[in-house]
Ligand binder design. Structure first.
Ligand code: NAD
Length: 500
């Protein structure tokens, strides 16, 4: 127990985090691996927010004038520093968020990948030249930096989500204020220190370009309500989004909302069942069911139901659950007691409406919350199946008609990720057209997106897109410019307005 605290201290020292920031504060930080307290973190008090916002605004005014490829150079250096610190950061993600080592490393790799993407982007912030209807005119659109970008992030991706946003925001010419989850402040301090090393090598980044706001939801609310913040990218529960969205709309601010998911996968009769089994197992049990893209609903065709459920039960019964630092396990802890209680409540509610529950028991005791992943055979999409419970519960249902099951799949409030396992190209295409999610996959599970695609979902998932593709446009302001290089003043649509 004591060793974990000591190891965390050594990691933070190596990563360059000022000790006072995490030992002399008022906010406790703990590891879900053992429940042990790791530090007392300094929080930003509400009175200091004003100064932080002023500094971010001043930094934006300088940074926006720096040529975009030069801004990309800062992100390139950041990527280099992340590569050098990858092992330490990955270990810290495992300690603070409970991810198994390969997932901790994967999260840091995601930061590196988005840095690479953003460096290339810094030379590709293209606008269009558009044909005009007026003789002697030229029309074009130009993308300008937007302003201060606020990032609010969730505990389950304690560092990658910030990088998805910050790497793009920075090459687009913006400053960034980041409010990480109160459950994962140490990784936030660590990656901010790594970013600071890149800034030092860069040389002339304005002060306040990237700032960290450690504390509770009130700091997130301050970002949401302040007119100096042009865009808020908020990742977390739909409950959080319900509070944030109308407030941002009330001041006409931009929003990227990345909220809860209730992701479904369909296994069709023609599926490669071994591949489907692995895809479903990772999607449902990976990260202990604590990914926004976790597979939570499984629709099995009648003809393969019994055999597939038998294989799944065997996989669930043998999967390693426990402290990923002590043994080679695939399922680490839930983040805290509240997560465990929510899981037990959902299992109770499922049983009450006819669900047959396999697994879900607590493993061990003390201050940490390990659970056996739960498989629940459901008579239909009722009760807790309709909502996201942020824990490893997979609800399994039967179907016999593809169109009907796609309708059922879409009949929940969230719309993040979806998948079908089939070797029938017609079924695959029908599913891709009909799934109402932001992500739809064929022959791979619902979780594990790459940074190159735009990430996000529809309906109560919030509608936001971040990371790859053209997500960068949200971090910029588009201006349409028309230039008249003729001696006449023709009006659009042939309007005449002659004055003497
Ligand atoms: P959470 O909503 O409890 O907290 C997320 C962040 O929002 C935290 O930093 C919190 O302090 C802040 N916050 C909470 N209420 C706020 C408010 N009213 N105003 C401003 N800020 C507020 O979520 P969590 O438990 O940390 O994370 C799990 C949830 O996040 C799940 O629902 C999961 O699906 C979702 N998630 C979504 C994505 C995605 O990309 N769609 C990614 C990761 C997690």
């Amino acid at each position: 127990m004591v060793q974990l605290g000591q190891e965390t201290g050594a990691l933070l020292d190596r990563l360059g985090v000022d000790r006072t920031l995490w030992t002399e504060g008022s906010m406790p930080s703990a590891t879900p691996l053992t429940g042990e307290r790791l530090g007392m973190v300094q929080v930003v008090d509400a009175a200091a927010i004003d100064n932080r916002l002023d500094a971010a605004t001043a930094a934006f005014r300088v940074w926006r004038r720096v040529p975009a490829p030069r801004r990309g150079e800062l992100v390139r250096l950041w990527g280099e520093e992340l590569r050098a610190a990858k092992d330490d950061l990955a270990r810290l993600v495992t300690i603070e968020a409970g991810k198994i080592p390969s997932e901790g490393a994967g999260e840091v790799q995601e930061m590196i990948d988005i840095c690479d993407f953003a460096v290339g982007l810094s030379r590709q912030l293209y606008g269009l030249t558009i044909a005009t209807e007026r003789r002697g005119h030229r029309m074009m659109e130009v993308w300008h930096p937007l302003g201060v970008v606020g990032v609010i992030s969730a505990f389950n991706f304690p560092v990658a989500v910030w990088a998805w946003n910050a790497a793009l925001a920075l090459v687009c010419g913006n400053s960034v204020l980041w409010k990480p989850s109160e459950k994962t402040p140490l990784t936030a301090l660590a990656v901010q220190a790594v970013f600071g090393r890149a800034e030092a090598r860069f040389g002339d980044a304005p002060e306040g370009l990237s700032q960290l706001l450690i504390g509770g939801r009130e700091l997130g609310e301050a970002l949401v309500d302040d007119r100096r913040v042009a865009l808020v990218s908020a990742t977390g529960s739909t409950r959080m989004g319900r509070s944030v969205a109308p407030r941002l709309a009330g001041r006409f601010a931009r929003a990227i909302l990345e909220l809860g998911g209730n992701n479904g996968a369909i296994v069709a009769p023609s599926a490669d069942l071994d591949l489907a089994l692995r895809g479903v197992a990772f999607g449902a049990m990976g990260t202990a069911g604590q990914r926004c893209t976790t597979t939570r609903r499984l629709f099995l065709h009648d003809s393969i139901y019994d055999g597939f459920v038998a294989k799944l039960k065997a996989a669930y019964a043998t999967v390693g659950v426990g402290n990923p630092l002590e043994s080679e396990v695939l399922v680490g802890p839930l983040i805290d007691r509240a997560a465990y209680d929510a899981m037990q409540d959902a299992l109770g509610a499922a049983a009450a409406v006819g669900g047959i529950v396999h697994g879900g028991e607590r493993v061990g005791d003390g201050g940490s919350f390990y659970v056996k992943p739960a498989l629940v055979e459901m008579p239909g999409q009722v009760g807790p199946v309709r909502d996201e419970t942020f824990a490893p519960i997979l609800y399994v249902m039967r179907y016999d008609d593809l169109d009907a099951v796609i309708d059922l799949h879409n009949d929940v409030a969230a719309g993040l990720s979806s998948a079908i396992f089939t070797t029938d190209v017609r079924e695959a295409e029908r599913f891709l057209v009909a799934s109402d999610c932001g992500i739809a996959n064929v022959n791979l599970g619902t979780s594990g997106a790459e940074i190159g695609g735009a990430f996000g979902g529809e309906k109560e998932t919030g509608g936001g897109r971040e990371s790859g593709s053209d997500s960068w446009r949200q971090y910029m302001r588009r201006a349409t410019n028309t230039i008249n290089y003729s001696n006449a003043l023709p009006l659009a649509q042939g309007v005449l307005f002659e004055i003497d």
